[in-house]
Design a protein around this ligand. Structure first.
Ligand code: BGP
Length: 459
């Protein structure tokens, strides 16, 4: 029986706008997330979990939990507000990185996680080609200031979801043509950033961080398998074939043609993508998907994990073998993690880092300040079992960073949808004292890390 590698990175994840707060402090420019209207029955992102002011105490808790890695994102709006270098933004992440290293925790930054600077968005955001250069300039600053201490960089968090769920996440309602032109600019920007990183010889690795799910055919009908292939190409491989092989996936291209959404691609774009590719794959995994042959109906995507249909290609179906999360009705499929990891490794032969996986649920704090989240422990334990089986299968893993290290604000469902190992005392209506409390899952994860993943007791 294989065990987890001794240097396996047991970690946890957050993102800047969902956890930091301090939305307009120390020279920070507002991001598109800071200025958007809150989603119905939720709160805004302005204070979040107040991690910006409490990062030292939070890192102390991460250390107590035994984390070997912390996956977080850097706010572009702190580093380059209105396009100008902001030393106070640099100082914040320098301090955070040093604090993590002092506590034996590997910092794993994402350079962009849904929080485009508002001034960049005003100029057209990713649809504007100039954003490519602004992004490269910003990333160059990151590499020059933090590159000496970072081993694993992630470029863009869930570019595929940003693209597919852009109606939900950025509040606008772009056409497919616009969406895939923006997507193309992101792919070129990513390639240029990987080029800058490799040429600078900073000594670490860089890779993308999409949200990947395996797709099952609903039945053994060949047309259902073809539908599953198309959904996978559209949702998964388009982004990863570009990042790893530097080319557009052929099935995804066929779909883009059908949607009249083929991007304008220059020869220089093609070359830069082909020549600058990823060193590893970070991916977020929450659930699998199931597809059947199209009935020529369209169904719009609701959020990152929900199904959708493209007439003539596929429709998504409920998987009768899986249960769903209470909160958003997302399927729960730990075996799907093993399948997804195997598919990724077979296709790309690159080491994998799981950068998100977790259960969003309302938690109750007892009068004694305990949080009994056995549902979250069950969810995570089942996924860790499958992760181990994937390692037994021969898949190469760098680490596992579940979402989320501490409670933070969901992308569109507020503070009540909690994912953390650490409870943060606030809700959508009231900020309260924002104090931190260890959930049962905190102690479970602590024991799991201590045992390097091989806990045999009933979890
Ligand atoms: C991923 C995002 C995260 C995170 C997570 C949970 O798609 O990368 O930012 O929030 O999903 O989703 P949600 O917050 O919608 O429950």
């Amino acid at each position: 029986m294989t065990t987890f590698p001794t240097d396996f990175l047991w970690g946890a994840s957050t993102s800047a706008y969902q956890v930091e707060g301090a939305w307009n402090e120390d020279g920070k420019e507002p991001s598109v997330q800071d200025i958007r209207e809150p989603f119905p029955n939720t709160t805004d992102f302005k204070v979040a979990a107040d991690h910006y002011h409490r990062y030292k105490a939070d890192v102390a808790l991460f250390k107590e939990m035994g984390l070997k890695a912390y996956r977080f994102s850097i706010a572009w709006t702190r580093i380059m507000p209105y396009g100008k270098l902001n030393p106070r933004g640099i100082a914040f992440y320098n301090n955070l990185i040093d604090e993590l290293l002092k506590n034996g925790i590997e910092p794993i930054p994402t350079v962009f996680h849904f929080d485009l600077p508002a001034s960049v968005a005003e100029k057209g955001g990713w649809h504007n080609r100039q954003t490519i250069d602004e992004f490269v300039r910003y990333c160059q600053v990151l590499f020059d200031h933090f590159g000496d201490r970072i081993t694993y960089w992630q470029t863009i968090n869930e570019q595929n979801m940003l693209v597919l769920a852009s109606k939900v996440l950025d509040g606008s309602n772009p056409s497919w043509k616009e969406v895939f032109q923006s997507n193309h600019h992101m792919l070129v920007a990513q390639a240029k950033v990987m080029k800058a990183y490799h040429e600078g010889q900073y000594g670490g690795k860089i890779g993308p961080a999409p949200n990947i799910t395996c797709v099952y055919p609903k039945t053994e009908k060949p047309e259902d398998t073809m539908a599953a292939e198309y959904l996978s190409a559209f949702r998964n491989w388009l982004y990863l074939d570009a990042a790893v092989y530097g080319v557009y996936n052929h099935q995804a291209m066929q779909l883009l043609r059908a949607l009249d959404a083929e991007p304008d691609v220059t020869d220089e774009d093609r070359q830069v993508m082909k020549e600058n590719t990823a060193d590893f794959i970070a991916f977020n995994y929450y659930n699998s998907m199931t597809a059947a042959a199209s009935d020529n109906e369209e169904k719009e995507i609701k959020d990152q994990q929900s199904g959708f249909s493209l007439a003539g290609f596929f429709k998504t179906e409920v998987n009768d073998y899986l249960q769903s999360t209470e909160f958003s009705n997302w399927p729960i499929d730990p075996v799907g993690l093993r399948i997804t990891a195997n598919q990724l490794y077979t296709r790309y032969r690159l080491p994998l880092l799981i950068t998100e996986n977790g259960l969003g649920q309302e938690d109750r704090k007892t009068e004694e300040d305990n949080i009994h989240d056995s549902y979250r422990i069950n969810y995570l334990a089942e996924h860790v079992k499958q992760l181990k089986l994937a390692i037994d299968d021969g898949v190469e893993f760098i680490g596992y960073c579940p979402w989320s290290a501490l409670d933070l604000i969901s992308t569109h469902e507020g503070f009540k949808k909690r994912y953390g190992f650490i409870y943060v005392n606030r809700d959508d209506e009231e900020l309260k004292d924002l104090s931190r409390h260890k959930k049962d899952s905190f102690y479970w994860y602590q024991r799991l890390i201590e045992a390097n993943g091989l806990m045999e007791e009933k979890q």
